[in-house]
Design a protein around this ligand. Structure first.
Ligand SMILES: NC(=O)c1ccc[n+]([C@@H]2O[C@H](COP(=O)([O-])OP(=O)(O)OC[C@H]3O[C@@H](n4cnc5c(N)ncnc54)[C@H](O)[C@@H]3O)[C@@H](O)[C@H]2O)c1
Length: 263
C-alpha cells in the first residue's frame, strides 16, 4: 500500500508502539488520526508526527465505547474524506493469577472486574474499531488495510488469563475478517509481538521476564526496538512472503483470503 495521502487511524497512539508506528507512517506521507484515552500524552505524538510534515489530528476517544468509536470514524471520514487503514493497538493489562495459593490455601481469586476491564479494551475495542473501519472502507469502495496487534501471549501466559484470552480473540477475529472482507478489497493482518521495552513492559519486575526471554522472537534480548513498528509499516507497503513474517515476529496471520495487491 502506498501510504502517500492515505488516512490511517492508530489507536493507543499516545505512547509505546502506537506512537512509534504513528511517527513512521506519518513519515511515509500518510495522514494519521491518533486515538487515545490519554489526551495529554497524545500531544507528544501529535508533535512527533507534525514534525514529519504530515497531516495529523488527535482524537481523545475510548475504544470500548460504541458511540464514541462510531463518532470517531465519522469524524475521521469528515475531516479527511476516507479511512484507508486502521491499526488496532490500544491495550491495557491487569495481570494476576487465576487463583493465588499459599501453603495450599487459596488466598485470592482474579476479580471478574479485572477480567472484563482487559477484555473491554483489548478485544471489544478491536472489534468496534475494526467494524467501523470496515464500514467506511466498504462505503468508500477503495478497499483498505486493517492491522490488529495481538501478542505472543495469545497462546496462554501465566498471570495473564484476561490478556491472553483477549489476544487469542484478536487473532481469531483477524483471520475471520481476512476471510469476510477480502471481497471488498480490504486486507486484514495481525502482528503478535514478543516483549518490546515500552513503558508498560518497563513496569514488569525483571525477575518476571527471565522465563519469558526464551520466547523473544528475534535475538533474545529485551531492548528498546522499533522493529514491530517497522514491520507494521513494512507490511502495509509490500506483499512480503508470509514466511518472512513468521520468522521475524511471534506470528503473523496470513491474509490468504485477501488480494495481494490492493492499490
Ligand atoms: N510492549 C510489549 O512488549 C508488547 C508485547 C506483545 C504485544 N504488545 C501489543 O502491542 C500493542 C502496543 O503495546 P505497548 O506496550 O506499546 O502499549 P502501551 O501500554 O504502552 O500503550 C497502550 C496505549 O493504549 C491506550 N489505551 C488504553 N485504554 C484505552 C482505551 N480504552 N481507549 C483508547 N486508548 C486506550 C493507553 O492510554 C496507551 O497509550 C498492544 O496491543 C500490546 O498488547 C506489546
Amino acid at each position: 500500500m502506498d501510504l502517500q495521502d492515505k488516512t490511517i487511524v492508530i489507536t493507543g497512539a499516545a505512547q509505546g508502539l502506537g506512537q512509534k508506528m504513528a511517527e513512521m507512517i506519518s513519515r511515509q506521507g500518510a495522514t494519521v488520526a491518533l486515538v487515545d484515552l490519554d489526551h495529554t500524552k497524545l500531544q507528544d505524538t501529535v508533535r512527533l508526527c507534525s514534525a514529519t510534515g504530515g497531516k495529523v489530528k488527535d482524537y481523545p476517544a475510548d475504544v470500548t465505547d460504541e458511540s464514541a468509536v462510531e463518532a470517531l470514524f465519522n469524524g475521521v471520514h469528515n475531516a479527511f474524506g476516507s479511512v484507508d487503514g486502521v491499526i488496532n493497538n490500544a491495550r491495557v493489562t491487569s495481570d494476576a493469577l487465576l487463583v493465588k495459593v499459599k501453603d495450599g490455601k487459596v488466598q485470592k481469586k482474579m476479580p471478574v472486574e479485572e477480567f472484563h476491564k482487559v477484555i473491554a479494551v483489548d478485544l471489544r475495542g478491536v472489534f468496534l474499531c475494526g467494524r467501523e473501519a470496515a464500514v467506511h472502507m466498504i462505503d468508500g469502495r477503495n478497499g483498505g488495510v486493517i492491522v490488529n496487534i495481538s501478542s505472543i501471549s495469545r497462546a496462554g501466559n501465566v498471570g495473564q488469563t484476561n490478556y491472553s484470552a483477549a489476544k487469542a480473540g484478536v487473532a481469531a477475529m483477524t483471520v475471520t475478517w481476512a476471510k469476510e472482507l477480502a471481497r471488498y478489497n480490504i486486507r486484514v493482518a495481525g502482528i503478535a509481538p514478543g516483549f518490546c521495552n515500552t513503558r508498560m513492559v518497563a513496569k514488569i519486575p525483571p525477575k518476571s521476564w527471565t522465563g519469558s526471554s526464551r520466547q523473544f522472537p528475534c535475538d533474545g534480548s529485551l531492548r528498546r526496538r522499533r522493529s514491530d513498528a517497522r514491520r507494521c509499516s513494512f507490511y502495509k507497503t509490500t506483499t512480503a512472503p508470509v514466511a518472512f513474517w513468521k520468522l521475524m515476529v511471534g506470528c503473523v496471520y496470513e491474509p490468504r483470503y485477501a488480494p495481494l495487491s490492493v492499490r
